[in-house]
Design a protein around this ligand. Structure first.
Ligand code: NDP
Length: 337
């Protein structure tokens, strides 16, 4: 017998559209169920989060939202209402990050979402939607970065310094906590010296001012970093790359300081340095599940509390400006209920 689900006929969504002058505008709106995008699974969204990319999307920066109107929010967690594929049961807590959510496909800043079943990850046993979005895309990306460094031979017992750039941001804070938890000697680079205590509480052993980070003046600088998680890009990444130790690795996640990379091949061919790209959006399902399982073990809610604030959907437009200006510390959960 076919079970016909009862789904809410309307839902709330933060929509980005273009006004008559072609300028981007953002508004909380009521949409009908018929306006949901295609997909097999309908999810009652309870939590989303704020990531740098969401800041760019909500602020109308070009290149993130591939069509308008669009609901931004690159991640979400909530409860399955209906799954046409019967892979998920109604009531299960699920997580979506990446795959174009909040870029090409209506995202997490809405009370209802519809997505392909292949995009979902079950919340690990014992975790809740609020925990999942405290981690969010940023924490998931930090986990992928740490796993990539480990896959390339980084081990805590070698006790070299591991650098995290943009350390007080979302990816950076989670990377500091995850690396410290795994026993690494973490150096946190920040442009906000007032966050030194916060970063020390997360597990950083050394704090370095962003301005004092060794920059790249020569193709090869003195060897310092056994590993690097970089969220900043640009000159920061170029400097870290030139200062990475022989056979060390850099997990390159972001561009908060710039997208360009002016450098040489010397660290690659004279030191065997590994420049590793991290893309959370297209990360394959098996690796996603492994990353979420490890996050459940290594980033429990008590570790996340000091780095997480919870805000409302109506506050997202203001928060978007704050994250673009580098004023948001750690993670921001968006309560969508
Ligand atoms: P946040 O804004 O939370 O963190 C970015 C941090 O970078 C800031 O907190 C600040 O850290 C530092 N920063 C900001 N501006 C500058 C600047 N001009 N120069 C140097 N440092 C700067 O963002 P997220 O943590 O959400 O994202 C970080 C980056 O990672 C972004 O570029 C984002 O697009 C990218 N990203 C990539 C993903 C992937 O799959 N590859 C997934 C998720 C994010 P501090 O104050 O400590 O110096």
């Amino acid at each position: 017998m076919t079970h016909t689900p009862i789904l809410p006929s309307t839902f709330q969504a933060l929509r980005v559209s273009k006004d008559d002058q072609g300028l981007s505008q953002v508004r909380l709106m009521t949409l009908t169920q018929a306006e949901l995008p295609p997909g097999e699974v309908t999810v009652q969204v309870t939590h989303s989060s704020l990531n740098y990319k969401d800041g760019m999307a909500v602020a109308g920066r070009p290149g993130i939202l591939r069509r308008l109107p669009m609901t931004p929010g690159i991640d979400l967690a909530g409860t399955v209402l209906h799954d046409e594929t019967a892979t998920y049961q109604a009531g299960e807590t699920v997580i979506v990050t990446g795959w174009g959510l909040g870029e090409r496909h209506d995202g997490g800043y809405a009370t209802l979402a519809r997505v392909p079943a292949s995009w979902l990850v079950r919340a690990p046993a014992g975790t809740a939607a609020h925990w999942a979005m405290s981690v969010g895309t940023a924490g998931f990306t930090a986990m992928l970065a740490v796993m990539a460094l480990e896959d390339h031979g980084l081990r805590p017992e070698e006790s070299g310094e591991v650098l995290v750039t943009g350390a007080a941001g979302g990816v950076g804070s989670a990377a500091v906590a995850l690396l410290a938890r795994a026993g690494f000697n973490v150096t946190a680079s920040t442009g906000r010296p007032q966050e030194a205590d916060y970063l020390t509480r997360l597990g950083a052993r050394q704090i370095i001012d962003r301005a004092e980070l060794p920059s790249r003046r020569r193709p090869l600088e003195s060897e310092r970093w056994a590993g690097v998680v970089d969220t900043v890009g640009g000159a920061t990444l170029a400097g870290a790359y030139a200062s990475t130790r022989t056979h060390g690795s850099l997990a390159v996640c972001g561009l908060a300081g710039g997208a360009e990379l002016e450098t040489t091949v010397y660290p690659l061919i004279l030191r065997g340095v590994n420049l590793l790209g991290i893309d959370s959006v297209t990360c394959p399902p098996g690796r996603r599940e492994a990353a979420w399982r490890r996050l459940a073990r290594d980033l429990p809610i008590e570790t996340l509390v000091p780095m997480t604030q919870t805000r409302l959907l109506s506050e997202v437009p203001d928060l978007a400006q704050e994250i673009l200006e580098g004023r948001v510390r750690g993670r921001t959960v968006i309560d969508v209920t």
